[in-house]
Design a protein around this ligand. Sequence first.
Ligand SMILES: [Cu+2]
Length: 117
Amino acid sequence: MNTIRNTILVLTAATAIIAPALAQISGKSNSAQNADSSAAIAAAAMSEGEIKKIDKEAGKVTIKHGELKNLGMPPMTMVFRVKEPAMLEQVHPGEKVRFVADKVAGALTVMQIQKGD
Ligand SMILES: [Cu+2]
């Protein structure tokens, strides 16, 4: 009888450990509050811009951007590479966007992009 009880205890403990891990893997936050604050931090770190031109073959996008604080760059219109070609499917010329740019192997690259307000 003790063996059965021990087995149940072990299974219960395993579920308690595995369930939160699975929730993390699936990307579902167990706290809406956490999701809100991380979204706010992400929004603050993003720069504003407007898509001027997209070159899917070259994997490049021309953005008229505001100040890029992380790169110490003033507002201008310039060409960026994109981290993932799929990013160029998410936006279109004329659209306002929020994005994160960084230097990757010496090339200014859009790391993250989303439609602006
Ligand atoms: Cu620039």
